[in-house]
Design a protein around this ligand. Sequence first.
Ligand code: C2E
Ligand code: MG
Ligand code: MG
Ligand code: MG
Length: 277
Amino acid sequence: SAKHNGRKQLNFFQSGMDGYASQRIEMENLLRNAVENGEFELHYQPQFDLHSGQLIGSEALLRWRRPGIGLVSPLQFIPLAEETGMIMPIGEWVLNEICTQSRAWLKKGLKPLRIAANLSARQFSCTNLNHNISTVLNEFNLEPEHLELELTESAAMQHVETSLKTMHALKQTGVNMSIDDFGTGYSSLNYLKQFPIDRLKIDQSFIADIDRTPNDAALVAAIISMARCMDLKVIAEGVETDEQLSFLRMHGCNEVQGYLMGRPLPAEQFGEYLAQV
Ligand code: C2E
Ligand code: MG
Ligand code: MG
Ligand code: MG
């Protein structure tokens, strides 16, 4: 009957809504458990000076090792973690883990290496950020210049006056700062030059098409010369080919990161790699 169908539809609709909401809640719970159960790990990718070829730092990249599923990319859970606020405990874990690892490598006699952490917009706007960073550096007795904070261009430009204040406060602690995924957002150059940052990271999408797309090549060259005028270092990410590397060298890019030089490695393997360089 019509009445029967109506109820059926209603039930179907409701269960659909429930399904969506409960999926989110389930995922949120999974993320929460992941922090508690230690299911996250950081992989480290080396960064090099393009002129000397020397190792100058690394970027810590988050992975979720889901039991029975395997490694999950941050692209698959960071957006939800941001929306739900779960990024706060996750981000705290990341900073703590970087410092723990850094201390462990120093204890093994390895040379101190700068490690970069990716900050989400939400972490960046947290009033405790500065305090948390100083606390964790103190706790592990680490030099601030061995930590770098990567903030995406879009996050930095979101509430730009506030960003400026936060960055200046962070700079006071002595940590390095970089703008990630540069070129994909809408930077106001007027603000960019006021940011107390150390480097720009050219987004990998521009590097990928350097050889094929003249516009991207022109843009990369322009970013490099602009960075030089602003007295900023510039690092290219996503470098995969020799052609890309020579283009970057020819245009005076300072630093490079990408599969061509080294993939992100689990901490233990990266430590073995560090012991050799
Ligand atoms: P990102 O910070 O721009 O990191 C660069 C991404 O490019 C990483 O992906 C890295 O593995 C990848 N990559 C490096 N070299 C190459 C290359 O030569 N070719 C290609 N195709 N890719 C390369 P991943 O590890 O999947 O991370 C994706 C994004 O997730 C990061 O982009 C970052 O925005 C975010 N993310 C990673 N870890 C964290 C974290 O601890 N906290 C937060 N908030 N976000 C994170
Ligand atoms: Mg990054
Ligand atoms: Mg990036
Ligand atoms: Mg990116």
